[in-house]
Write a protein that binds this ligand. Structure first.
Ligand SMILES: [Zn+2]
Length: 75
């Protein structure tokens, strides 16, 4: 290796180490935005049309409409 100072024959090749040096960004960030309904939503009664705010951790289809006791669906 002729007087190699670290650069090597092809300087650009050894210099561009971004292929494995950086972690991929934005791979997970987009997932949350594509969820249908999002973090907040409403539950709607298919029978009478009553809707109320969706409670977190409580699926709409497990709630009853306070007016007609019909199982609500997610809006
Ligand atoms: Zn109802």
């Amino acid at each position: 290796m002729p007087k190699g100072d670290g650069t090597g024959p092809n300087g650009m090749g050894s210099k561009s180490g971004f292929g494995k040096g950086q972690a991929p960004q934005g791979g997970r960030g987009r997932m949350s935005g594509s969820v249908s309904g999002g973090p907040s939503g409403n539950c709607v009664c298919p029978n009478c049309g009553h809707n109320e705010s969706h409670l977190r951790g409580q699926p709409c289809n497990q709630r009853q409409c306070p007016k007609c006791s019909t199982m609500m669906t997610r809006n």
